[in-house]
Design a protein around this ligand. Structure first.
Ligand SMILES: *[C@@H]1O[C@H](CO)[C@@H](O)[C@H](O)[C@H]1NC(C)=O
Ligand SMILES: *[C@@H]1O[C@H](CO)[C@@H](O)[C@H](O)[C@H]1NC(C)=O
Ligand SMILES: *[C@@H]1O[C@H](CO)[C@@H](O)[C@H](O)[C@H]1NC(C)=O
Ligand SMILES: *[C@@H]1O[C@H](CO)[C@@H](O)[C@H](O)[C@H]1NC(C)=O
Ligand SMILES: *[C@@H]1O[C@H](CO)[C@@H](O)[C@H](O)[C@H]1NC(C)=O
Ligand SMILES: *[C@@H]1O[C@H](CO)[C@@H](O)[C@H](O)[C@H]1NC(C)=O
Ligand SMILES: *[C@@H]1O[C@H](CO)[C@@H](O)[C@H](O)[C@H]1NC(C)=O
Ligand SMILES: CC(=O)N[C@H]1CO[C@H](CO)[C@@H](O)[C@@H]1O
Length: 375
């Protein structure tokens, strides 16, 4: 018992020290940022845009695609450009032709994993190689089969928000990933903390251990600032009690937004598994859209993909220059032919599967270790 207490004491001291290590002497902005409630670049709140990160997890399918496009269709930022959302995608059942179409509508394509297998706990103990195969694998598959630039895929979210700490971040570093968005915080929600770099290590509470202990200069983490819903809190918006009416949905999103907007202006994230929320109740979708239209009446509110928001944090332009900074994305369209690929059990490690691809069907069903489906 004493030994356990000693270990706990040591860990407490250690964690406390690793937090205290980050200050503006050893972490010079804007390339490096400590975890705090201050906007980057010393900007005043009045000169800071309120960024909003809308992210969705899982496969893009014909079921959720229309709901996603409904949310961003005809919804623009104050500078007249389309709003952008972020999609953390896993491979199984993902429609790569619809993924292509989201990308060319200005949305961000990010990685979740190749396999996304249960149980969640297995993701706590994977090696650097396994994480490289999962994150790098889905990035390769997305780039190839959705025919989008590999360099545009910059973010990662661990399956079930369960990382292996340093192994995950080492894989991200080796793969040149830009940011992670897997680590909840309930301690630092009022005022909410801003995203920060891991130059001086992981700094908020470790809600889902293990968390990284080493330093990863230049890699950002976007703390998943918990939402309040009545007396409960949740980092995935669908993990709190589901709102049961249009009005409750709207109030839930708006009251949490206001906590950010009226305090630190740290980016407001809504992290959602779309099917869990929208399929059984279209009023939630309608309320979400009304919420977006209402916040976008403010000329300092910008709904942007996470990677673009972090690009701004690295180059924090004052509000007057923000419309130009978040100018409309110009992307050179790549072709996408609509192929439907079929795999029998002997050509797929997970049983018979279909796959929609922009390019010629791979020989076997892509999977962890063979993300391009080579023979
Ligand atoms: C910042 O960190 C440096 C180096 O660890 C330390 O010497 C200094 O006292 C710290 N400054 C503050 C304000 O904490
Ligand atoms: C949302 O998705 C569901 C299921 O595909 C569909 O029935 C519904 O019409 C969609 N709603 C909108 C507004 O696109
Ligand atoms: C996009 O918006 C227009 C006009 O508001 C509407 O007519 C159209 O049906 C919308 N499309 C989708 C996919 O929601
Ligand atoms: C691909 O083809 C299917 C079946 O012909 C069609 O339902 C679907 O809308 C097409 N997808 C795209 C992105 O064109
Ligand atoms: C991870 O592996 C270690 C030993 O390799 C084991 O003691 C621990 O229980 C495992 N943790 C999980 C969550 O599987
Ligand atoms: C988070 O909050 C809990 C409960 O108040 C506290 O025990 C813990 O020390 C905090 N952790 C950090 C890293 O601030
Ligand atoms: C949450 O609060 C709203 C009003 O603030 C109330 O209408 C609703 O019944 C509450 N839900 C629960 C589960 O307590
Ligand atoms: C009123 C308006 O701006 N309508 C546009 C909505 O978006 C579609 C494309 O998704 C345009 O074709 C409409 O002109």
């Amino acid at each position: 018992m004493q030994r356990i207490l000693a270990v706990i004491f040591f860990l407490a001291v250690f964690l406390h020290q690793s937090q205290a290590q980050c200050n503006t002497t050893n972490c010079v902005g804007p390339a490096c940022k400590c975890m705090n409630t201050s906007p980057p670049g010393g900007l005043s709140l009045a000169n800071t845009p309120q960024l909003v990160f809308l992210a969705f997890d899982g496969a893009i399918t014909t079921t959720n695609y229309d709901n996603y496009t409904f949310l961003f269709n005809n919804t623009t930022n104050p500078n007249g450009c389309p709003i952008g959302m972020t999609f953390f995608i896993f491979h199984e059942y993902n429609d790569y032709t619809l993924t292509h179409s989201l990308y060319f509508k200005g949305q961000e394509i990010s990685t979740h994993s190749m396999s996304h297998l249960t149980p969640a706990a297995t993701w706590a103990n994977k090696s650097v190689t396994e994480w490289t195969d999962e994150i790098g694998g889905i990035r390769d598959a997305l780039s190839k089969f959705a025919n989008i630039p590999k360099t545009s895929i910059r973010g990662a979210r661990a399956p079930f928000l369960q990382s292996s700490g340093d192994a995950t971040f080492t894989a991200m570093k080796n793969l040149g990933m830009f940011y992670d968005c897997s680590f909840p915080t309930t301690n630092y929600t009022n005022p909410p903390v801003w995203p920060y770099t891991l130059d001086q290590g992981f700094q908020h509470e470790c809600a889902i251990p293990p968390c990284p202990l080493s330093k990863y200069p230049g890699i950002w983490t976007v703390p998943m600032v918990a939402l309040n819903r009545n007396d409960t809190v949740c980092s995935m918006a669908d993990a709190c009690d589901k709102p049961n009416t249009f009005e409750e949905t709207y109030q839930y999103l708006m009251s949490n937004f206001q906590r950010h907007y009226t305090t630190s202006k740290a980016p407001f994230g809504i992290y959602l598994t779309a099917n869990a929320w929208f399929q059984d109740a279209q009023y939630r979708l309608q309320a979400y859209k009304k919420f977006l239209n209402d916040i976008l009446v403010n000329d300092d509110v910008y709904v942007v993909p996470i990677a673009r928001g972090l690009d701004w944090m690295k180059n924090p332009k004052p509000l007057a220059e923000v419309p130009n900074f978040f100018n409309c994305p110009t992307v050179t369209k790549t072709p996408c032919t609509n192929y439907t690929c079929y795999y029998e059990g002997d050509a797929s490690p997970v049983g018979p599967r279909n796959m929609k691809s922009c390019v010629t069907c791979p020989d076997v069903y892509p999977w962890t270790g063979n993300p391009l489906g080579l023979p």
